[in-house]
Structure formats: C-alpha cells, structure tokens
Design a protein around this ligand. Structure first.
Ligand code: HEM
Length: 498
C-alpha cells in the first residue's frame, strides 16, 4: 500500500514536471512552418533584419524559427537581448559550429570560436590588448591616420571613397597588429585586406550555407547539389592561409633584424619566447587574423556617417558649429577636445552581429528556449523599436543626449554585442570612429554629387546585404571647408612620428 502511494506520488510528480516543460512552457511563437524542413522556405534571403522586425510585430520580440530541425531564436528588443544574453550570459556564450569556415581554414578566430578553454584564453589575450589604458596609447597614431584619411579623401574621386576608407581602417589595424605603417596603395597588407573582404563576400554571413546545416556536404565535389560552397572554400583556403602566415612572418623577420615596431604580434612573440604566452604560434596567427578580419565594420561605420551627412546637411552644420566654437579653425581637433564636443558623439548600428548559441535549456517569460538554439540579436530591429525611440528611422544624432541638448532617449548600448561575446575592441573602435568623424567634420564639407546633367544626386539610404552592410550608394563630394585646411593637414602629417 505504502509502495503504491509512493509510486503514485512520484508518477504525478514526474508528469507535473514533464507537463511544465512541454505543456506549459511552449516554444516562443513564430510564423507558420512546413513539416520537417520548418521555416527553411521562408527564411529571408535579403534584408533579413527588416524582415525579422516585421515578423516580430506579429509574433513578438522573442520568436522561434526552425530550420531542418535546428531551433533559432530571434530577439527583436533590447530588453529581451539584455535579459538573455547579458543577464544570463553563462547560458548563451557559445557560437554555433561553422563547418564552412572550418573548411576555409578560419581556425582560432575568436569571433567564430566555440565556447570553452581555448576561447577563454584567446578572449583574455584580446581583452587585455584592447584594455582602456592600452587604447589611450593608440590615440596619436589614430589621430594621424584620421588626418591622412581626410587628405586622401580630398585627393580622390567619389568612386574611390570606399578604397580610401579601407586604407584608413586597414592602416590603423596593421599598425596595431603588426607595427607596420602603410604608405603606398600597393602595400601587400592592403591587398590582403581586399582578399579578406572577398572571402567573406563569397561565403556570406556565418552559418548560412547548406554545409552549415548539413556538414557532410563538405566532403562532396562542388557540382553535387548543396555542395557549391565546399568548392568555394577549397579555392579560397590558400588566401586565408596567407592571411595567417604573412603578418607573423614579417614581424619575425623584423624582430630578427632588430627593427620591429611595438605591436600585438611582437608582444605575443616575446611572451611565447619567455614562456608566459597564453597562445602557441598557430593560435597567434589566428588571433592576428581575427583582428584583420574586423576591419570591415569600421569601414562601413565611417561610410554610413558620410551618407548620413549628405542626407542631413543640417546635422553636419550643427556639428561643425560646435567644433568651430571649441577647436576654432587654426588647428585640427584632437582627443583632448572630446569632452567638449557632445554633438559629435555618434555610433553605427551593426545589423545582426554574430549568432550566439545556448548551452542549456532555458525558460524566458514562460517560453522554452531549447539547449543548442541559435540566438540572433536583431540589433537593427531593436534600433527601430517605436516604444523606445521617437521617429526611429530618422537620423537624430542628439537623441541620446540628456535634455536640453537632446531627447534623453535610452542610450543604444548594444552596438558592440552582448554578454561574454561583446566586442573586446570597443574602446579602440569607438576612438577610431570618433577621431575619423571629428576630423572629417572639422575640415570637410560633404555635399551631394551632381550627375552628368548637373542634377543633384540624392543617394538612397539603403545598405548592402553583404557581410559588412555598406551603403549601396555613397555618391557625394568631399571638399575642404576653408582654404587653410590642406596646409594644416600637411603640416600635421609631415611633422608626425605616429
Ligand atoms: C564599428 C566597428 C565595430 C563594430 C560595430 C563591432 C561590433 C561587434 C559585434 C556586434 C560583435 C559581436 C558581439 C556578440 O556576439 O554579441 C563583435 C565581436 C567582435 N569584435 Fe567587434 N566591432 C567593430 C570593430 C572591431 C574591431 C576593429 C576589432 C578588432 C580590432 C573587433 C574585434 C572583435 C572581436 C575579436 C569579436 C569577437 C568576440 C567574441 O566572439 O568573443 N571589432 N564586434
């Protein structure tokens, strides 16, 4: 009798727990799906952040999608992303496996690394290299590169602006990572950076190819249905290998010759020799490749800023008035002016970032999030949240400034990602952007280009779908604001040792 009672109570208990999970904790809502393949047919092939944002208006800010049996959770509000990825960071620190990137040879890349012991070591190395005090040391070099950027913009036609921006971002990264100063346009590092862009362009955003959903396809010839990207990866693998080998070989050679400049690679090589490094040689190559691979978002951010200035000339004038009142026109701005230039603070929006992956089952607002789900933080969707931001599609740089300077809207804190995968270079990146933007505003007038009939070209405010979300149309004219500008730039560039 007693045994039956115990079994009955245990049975009820087990049923209760089971019903809690299956019955009362449903998966987050999502659009209707097909049997077996789930949402495969409905996954957006273009402008995904905007499509997800529209779906979120119907199904809610935490959506569940399923593709070939894999769960995907799309987070469309900052609140949901902060609650899950920040506050429960221990459950969401992983990245999905990326078989195509493995085939390409992107190994030991922090951005794509699975969570674990190797990740923790690499993350420590990156974080300590880009610590706040360390980043302050890069300011003189960043200032000089921003001035070279302006000079190069003056000397280039509109269609070359993209290349000029690449040169700026690559120069800063190469200086920091390998201690090399880029001079001419045929510098091998510029060629490498172009290659990285091409590799990412031909393989698309991480995790989106048939091989990522069905890894055995990587072993098939590229003509086999679904295995096209295996051929692409095999063809581009040597390029990735060159990106891994070239910088380290250069710094090793310079070190032997006794003329290596301070850099990430040099300090890590010294640590390897002294036995205090967290990384071995192959891992170090991957760590450096990680940093070169991060060139694209900075280039896009400056390009988006230029586009915003063409489309919003009143904002350009307001920022320039502020700069003129603090800096004047007889010198160029420096980081020391930053505290007095609140209107120049400006940040880009990265669209979908890199997916996180959950390592345990979780429950959020009563919804069940299965272990192993891919978590996509739709940062673009978050920026369009009308409950938080007034006129979200309008460019209002002062929206985050406290009144009376601005609207006092909540600061958009997620540009650099979430939780344990947040961009480790944030202090470095926001300095790159600030000095580029303030230098351009202080010295340039950015205005509409004219077409062959003399009519004003108004570029469309839309972004590419590619890996770097770059403006589709950046036609504009960049000219010196006043006649002394070129002299000030030349003087600063010639006298600089940075
Ligand atoms: C405007 C420029 C940039 C933006 C908007 C940006 C933003 C981001 C975002 C959103 C992530 C993903 C965070 C997440 O998964 O939650 C990320 C990761 C990362 N970023 Fe940046 N980033 C920029 C530039 C850079 C630069 C220049 C570097 C290096 C010099 C860099 C290094 C990294 C690394 C290593 C990761 C991977 C971190 C990890 O997976 O643990 N980023 N960044």
């Amino acid at each position: 009798m007693t045994l039956s009672l115990v079994l009955l109570v245990a049975g009820i208990g087990i049923f209760y727990l089971w019903s809690l999970r299956i019955g009362r904790r449903p998966l987050p809502p999502g659009p209707p799906k097909d049997p077996l393949i789930g949402h495969l047919r409905y996954m957006p092939t273009a402008q995904a952040p905007f499509v997800f944002h529209e779906w979120a208006k119907i199904y809610g800010d935490v959506m569940h999608l399923q593709v070939l049996g894999k769960s995907m959770i799309v987070l469309d509000t900052l609140q949901a992303a902060v609650d899950l990825l920040d506050k429960k960071g221990a459950i969401y620190p992983d990245r999905p496996p990326l078989p195509l990137y493995e085939l390409l040879g992107w190994t030991y890349m922090l951005s794509f690394m699975r969570y674990g012991e190797i990740f923790t070591r690499h993350r420590r190395v990156h974080q300590s290299f880009f610590s706040r005090p360390r980043c302050a040391e890069f300011e003189p070099m960043q200032t000089q590169e921003a001035r070279r950027l302006v000079r190069n913009l003056f000397e280039s036609p509109t269609e070359k602006y993209g290349a000029v921006l690449s040169k700026f971002t690559t120069s800063i990264l190469v200086s920091v990572v390998a201690g090399h100063k880029i001079g001419s346009d045929d510098d091998p590092y510029l060629e490498l950076s172009k290659m990285v862009y091409q590799v990412f362009s031909v393989t698309g955003p991480p995790g989106g190819t048939p091989i990522d959903f069905f890894p055995p396809l990587r072993y098939f010839p590229s003509w086999f249905p679904g295995a096209y990207y295996a051929g692409v990866a095999r063809a581009w693998r040597p390029v990735v290998r060159r990106l891994y080998n070239y910088p380290l070989e250069c710094v090793q050679r310079q070190r032997e010759a006794g003329n290596a400049s301070p850099s990430f690679l040099l300090s890590q090589l010294e640590e390897i020799d002294s036995g205090s490094s967290e990384l071995n040689y192959e891992e170090l190559k991957g760590a450096a490749a990680t940093l070169f691979g991060a060139e694209l978002p900075t280039r896009s951010a400056v390009a988006v800023f230029l586009l915003a200035m063409v489309l919003n000339p009143e904002c350009q004038i307001r920022a320039q008035k502020e700069i003129d009142s603090v800096v004047g026109i007889s010198r160029l701005p420096t980081f020391q002016d930053r505290a007095e230039l609140p209107f120049v603070e400006w940040n880009p929006v990265a669209p979908l970032g890199v997916p996180h992956r959950s390592t345990q089952d979780d429950v959020y607002r009563g919804m069940y999030i299965p272990k192993g789900s891919l978590i996509l933080a739709n940062v673009r969707g978050m920026s369009l949240d009308e409950n938080t931001y007034k006129n979200p599609t309008k460019f209002i740089p002062e929206r985050f400034l406290p009144p009376p300077l601005g609207n006092g809207e909540p600061y958009f804190s997620c540009l650099f990602g979430f939780g344990r995968r947040k961009c480790p270079a944030v202090h470095f990146v926001e300095r790159n952007l600030w000095i580029a933007i303030v230098s351009i505003l202080a010295t340039c007038t950015i205005s509409n280009a004219l077409d062959e009939h003399g009519s004003v070209i108004v570029p469309e405010a839309s972004m590419s779908d590619g890996v770097d979300s770059y403006p589709n149309d950046l036609r504009c004219v960049i000219k010196p604001r006043f006649k002394e500008v070129k002299g000030l730039l030349e003087e600063s560039i010639l006298s600089s040792k940075a």
